[in-house]
Design a protein around this ligand. Structure first.
Ligand code: KIV
Ligand code: ZN
Length: 524
């Protein structure tokens, strides 16, 4: 239970458990490659999260590899893997995290009547026995075990109390209470958690965690309500992504704890809030999920008065409208870092300042790209470099279609024509020509003609990476290809070229989808 003491002590430290790479990655149309997963995990480590849930290893070989890579390469946070409460899932989850300096197995089973009857087809005694076996097996493999009752908030509280009591007795050190379908409300959730404390005295000896979904827009409010009655772990995702309406958003939780510290009776976190904006941009780019402009903390309007809408009050005294300052979330004006005469050494240094450690081969690739862009654009800022690096990560080397050449013809009011040369993963060049009502339709036609795809553009956006007329352009597409939806993103000084790259990425993702297909029936 929380103390009234306002000091920064261990008892009031809130553990941030980030599940962007697991619950977040389960969002429709998100397909992260290995490099992207590791890069996001490295950024989460810079952010200071305590636990990274790196994936659900049984769900696909790609997920297992992703968890393994994060466990081996990312130092600092605990690395967790999700497993259903069965022997095979738990063994594979352990395979994923065993090389981490601090591994965790997170196992779960549903406890609500509706899930037990219709999904698990088990009665209460079977669920209890399965939970006990699972936690025992996990604790035999890994010193750190988390146990969750899926759909806990729609479960009978006395049954949840019985199951978590048994899980604690078998060695679970963290008990997570998910609001799986985002149904509960803050005061109701508090009563539920307080009743668990009353019914299960051993809960006071372990960490109580909350995992709230946002179906009614209450994920953050419910998580905060949980912390107020004793939870000391929050499960969150960057930009609030996650199944359906998403999970509690990391940045909102972190900034609530920082901004309202005086009113939260000593609750605090180890989050380095100045890394929030970068994490948000990275996750948005790599997942293809745009952040809504009015999103708290990371939406582009969240600090709009900083970006030029100079309200009289803000100019007179920022505290008139600002409850957080833009610098505290890392929203700094982009400083010039490199020009077209900058060499390999300067690029390596600038990237290393941004936290990217590159091998010689990777630096060669990025340097080629940097030179090409710097020749066309002149100067590159830190935000441009970030955009280029993240764009490079999207290239699934050996499995990607690369745009080698692109040319357009057409005037306003006439049909546009595009010609492309696309290089296949095996090095073969394919030529295609397309026409359309506008240049983007012509590009899609040309790419389809070159590689034999048939895509329909569902959504298309173009934005500038930085301010000013010479900004890098970033294009995002959502397409239907072969009856399924795929996203793509591309960055270039030329927005039409960025659009072509984005569409090619979507086509590449559709081609690679079979290889990364999730194992049937393993979704949560
Ligand atoms: O929402 C949920 O119940 C989950 C569990 C697997 C923790 O994601
Ligand atoms: Zn969830």
């Amino acid at each position: 239970m929380p103390a009234d003491d306002a000091s920064r002590d261990d008892a009031h430290r809130v553990t941030f458990f980030d599940t962007t790479l697991r619950d977040g990655e389960q969002s429709p149309r998100i397909h992260l490659n290995l490099r992207e997963k590791v890069e996001i995990a490295q950024q989460l480590a810079r952010l200071g999260v305590d636990v990274i849930e790196a994936g659900f290893p049984i769900s696909s070989p790609g997920d297992l590899e992703g968890v393994r890579a994060v466990a081996r390469e990312v130092r600092g946070p605990t690395i967790a893997a999700l497993a259903r409460a069965n022997e095979k899932d738990i063994a594979v989850a352990w395979e994923g995290v065993r090389d981490a300096a601090k591994p965790r197995i997170h196992t779960f089973i549903a406890t609500s009547d509706i899930h037990m009857a219709h999904k698990l087809r088990m009665d209460r005694s079977q669920v209890l026995a399965t939970a006990i076996d699972a936690v025992r097996q996990a604790a035999g493999l890994c010193p750190d075990v988390e146990f969750s009752c899926e759909d806990a908030t729609r479960s009978d509280v006395s049954f949840v109390a019985e199951v978590i009591g048994a899980a604690i007795a078998e060695g679970a050190g963290t008990i997570n209470i998910p609001d799986t379908v985002g149904y509960t409300m803050p005061t109701e959730f508090q009563r539920f958690l307080m009743e668990l404390y009353e019914r299960t005295p051993s809960l006071a000896d372990v960490t109580l965690s909350v995992h709230c979904h946002n179906d009614l827009g209450l994920a953050v409010a419910n998580s905060l309500a949980g912390l107020e009655v004793g939870a000391r772990q929050v499960e969150v995702c960057v930009n609030g992504i996650g199944e359906r309406a998403g999970n509690a958003s990391l940045e909102e939780m972190a900034m609530i704890l920082r901004t309202r510290a005086d009113d939260l009776r000593g609750l605090w976190s180890g989050i380095e809030t100045t890394e929030i904006t970068r994490a948000s941009r990275m996750v948005s780019r790599l997942t293809g999920y745009e952040v809504q402009p009015n999103k708290a903390v990371v939406g582009r309007n969240a600090f709009a008065h900083e970006a030029g809408i100079h309200q009289h009050g803000v100019l007179a005294n920022p505290l008139t409208y600002e409850i957080m300052d833009a610098q505290s979330v890392g929203l700094l004006h982009s400083e010039l870092v490199l020009g077209k005469h900058s060499g390999r050494h300067a690029l390596r240094q600038a990237l290393s300042d941004l936290g990217y450690a590159l091998s010689r081969e990777e630096l060669d690739e990025v340097f080629g790209r940097f030179k090409e862009v710097a020749d066309r654009k002149g100067e590159l800022t830190a935000m441009d470099l970030e955009a280029l690096m993240e764009d490079e990560m999207r290239v699934d080397h050996g499995r990607s279609l690369d745009l080698r050449e692109i040319a357009f013809a057409g005037e306003s009011g006439t049909q546009a024509t595009a010609r492309v040369v696309v290089r296949d993963a095996d090095g073969t060049d394919h030529y295609g020509q397309g026409t359309g009502d506008g240049p983007v339709a012509a590009i899609i036609g040309a790419i389809d003609a070159a590689v034999g795809s048939t895509g329909t553009l569902l959504e298309y956006t173009v934005s500038a990476v930085t301010d000013g007329p010479d900004a890098l352009g970033e294009a995002r597409v959502l397409c239907e290809i072969g009856g399924r939806q795929f996203t793509g993103q591309g960055v270039s000084p030329d927005v039409l070229e960025a659009s072509a790259i984005a569409y090619l990425r979507a086509v590449t993702a559709s081609r690679n989808a079979d290889a990364t297909e999730r194992t049937a029936g393993s979704g949560v």
